[in-house]
Design a binder for this molecule. Structure first.
Ligand SMILES: [Zn+2]
Length: 56
């Protein structure tokens, strides 16, 4: 948490809590539920394929 900017991002298979989206690689709003490990945006796109439907 000391380095604000990381120049090189080595892709680790298992990070310590710092999950990244398996789809786009972002680390924001990662959904770990259902073993998805995807961000919200990718989740919404993939959710439809997985059968999830957003309820109104
Ligand atoms: Zn994503």
């Amino acid at each position: 948490m000391s380095t604000k900017k990381d120049r090189s991002r080595p892709r680790k298979k298992s990070g310590k809590g710092n999950r990244t989206c398996v789809r786009c690689g972002t680390h924001q709003a990662i959904i770990r539920s259902y073993n998805l490990y995807m961000c919200r945006r990718c989740f919404r796109e993939t959710a439809e394929k997985l059968g999830f439907r957003k309820y109104q």
